[in-house]
Write a protein that binds this ligand. Structure first.
Ligand code: AP5
Ligand code: MG
Length: 236
């Protein structure tokens, strides 16, 4: 890839001389975005959500956005080559110099290999991969009640994590909306795609000795506490 990322050049990181890279793994609706938002702030790491990057491209009507939308609307994965290129470009941003928390990437063995190679170039590797686990019925319930902020993708749930004022983001006051791919049939397709294409990464990272299972069926703060412990950081 052409872009050289700060992860490849600036060796500053959380307590070491290489960037710290964590990967949040889990099915659609497991709470990856919710937790990544909280934890990335606590650890001072960039939060990279491949889904959010695609949605930004769709909003800005870029060529990538037009391509990605066709796949996302069906609940399918966007092809590996464009996804890998997009995430690598994101890693080139200065806020990634200390490291990043990856949310929704990698999602296929080819993406995991590409990430591994990128990190290998600087003598590092994915440090920890928390796998957030949940029953399928809970996933569907979570996604059908989800509301997302139009400006920055802040995530709410009408029952489990409501905004102070319905339809308005607590953080930046922007409008909340429901994602097109949160329709029941698309959610079911996304969960199937997760089992077929992403679940193999559980074994992949377990074999590398970096996988940690987390019970996602707990209140948000309990999941945060378990995640921080898994990442080797106590909650403050
Ligand atoms: P993406 O945006 O990544 O969607 P996803 O993986 O399907 O995950 P979600 O965002 O739906 O769920 P989440 O785990 O983040 O849960 P959240 O925190 O929001 O990807 C969308 C699409 O983009 C893909 O289908 C694909 O087409 C494409 N794409 C993205 N990455 C790709 C890649 N690498 N390769 C190829 N294609 C890619 O929480 C869900 C709800 O539950 C919220 O309402 C929240 O408030 C609530 N909640 C969270 N935690 C709790 C809790 N502990 N208790 C109660 N409620 C909770
Ligand atoms: Mg998400």
């Amino acid at each position: 890839m052409a872009t050289r990322s700060p992860c490849l050049s600036d060796r500053a990181s959380v307590g070491s001389d290489v960037p710290t890279i964590f990967v949040l793994l889990g099915p659609p609706g497991a709470g990856k975005g919710t937790q990544a938002e909280i934890i990335s702030k606590q650890l001072g790491l960039a939060h990279i959500s491949s889904g959010e990057l695609f949605r930004e491209n769709i909003k800005n009507q870029t060529e990538l956005g037009v391509l990605a939308k066709q796949f996302m609307d069906r609940g399918d994965l966007v092809p590996d080559d464009v996804t890998i290129a997009m995430v690598r470009a994101r890693l080139a941003q200065p806020d990634c110099a200390r490291g990043a928390l990856l949310d929704g990437f990698p999602r296929t063995p080819a993406q995991a290999e590409a990430l591994g190679k990128t990190l290998e170039e600087i003598g590092t590797a994915v440090k920890t991969v928390p796998l957030i686990q949940l029953d399928e019925a809970v996933l569907v319930e979570r996604l059908s009640g989800r509301w997302v902020c139009r400006t920055s993708g802040h995530v709410y749930h009408e029952q489990f994590n409501p905004p102070k004022q319905a339809g308005i983001c607590d953080v930046d006051g922007s409008e909340l909306y429901q994602r097109d791919d949160d329709k029941r049939e698309t959610v079911e397709r996304r969960i199937r795609v997760y089992h077929e294409q992403t679940a193999p990464l559980v074994e992949y990272y377990r074999n590398k000795g970096v996988l940690v299972s987390i019970n996602g069926d707990q209140p948000i703060d309990a999941v945060t506490r378990d995640l921080l412990a898994a990442l080797g950081v106590g909650s403050s």
